[in-house]
Design a protein around this ligand. Structure first.
Ligand code: ZN
Length: 194
């Protein structure tokens, strides 16, 4: 941490007001919803006051979620001197991080590079719409099997038994394929170097 800026003491009125507000929050604290995220420090649920999404700032507040927002820097507002300082600090930190990443990439062995490229080919970032389409394809294949099985129970629809059996086998293979695709789409951010 830099800590370069000299702190000025708040006025007595301001300190008193802060104490009143903190007291109000502390009296309600035990009634507030708690963050249930697994805390690495204790191994227990986090217990910090939760925000609207059910997680505290540390477990669900800082990282943007949603399609296209993942890993996009959120820049501090530059409307105060502190904001401008934070903006440039963040820029410097991101530059350092990228340089470190490049250095680490150069140090990888050919085997590690090959493993990484194999992983990357199947682990591109996916969108919610893409994952929903995969699940829908799987659902339709499963439904088709149910329809075929139901038709065997009804003598009116005399579908050839062996053709039906072949079709069910084919649909089951499709379901296995969709299951694998869904697994890949949902786990794209699990790294190989972890
Ligand atoms: Zn938490």
């Amino acid at each position: 941490m830099s800590g370069g800026r000299r702190r000025t003491r708040p006025s007595p009125a301001r300190s008193a007001n802060a104490r009143v507000q903190a007291g109000k929050i502390n009296r309600r604290r035990h009634l507030m919803p708690k963050c249930g995220a697994h805390a690495k420090t204790t191994g227990l649920p986090c217990q910090q006051p939760a925000m609207g999404n059910g997680r505290c700032y540390f477990h669900g507040g800082a990282t943007p979620k949603g399609d296209g927002r993942w890993h996009r820097p959120i820049w501090p507002k530059m409307d105060t001197p502190e904001g401008i300082a934070r903006f440039y600090k963040k820029g410097a930190e991101l530059t350092d991080r990228n340089k470190k990443r490049e250095r680490e990439a150069k140090q990888r062995s050919p085997t590690q590079v090959a493993a990484y490229e194999r992983w990357r080919a199947t682990h591109a970032p996916t969108t919610a719409a893409h994952r929903a389409a995969l699940r829908e394809a799987r659902r339709q294949a499963a439904q088709a099997i149910d329809v075929l099985k139901a038709s065997s129970a009804s003598p009116a629809r005399s579908v050839d038994a062996s053709a039906r059996e072949a079709e069910i086998i084919d649909l089951r293979a499709q379901i296995r394929f969709w299951d694998r695709e869904i697994e890949i789409a949902e786990n794209w951010n699990t790294g190989v170097f972890a």
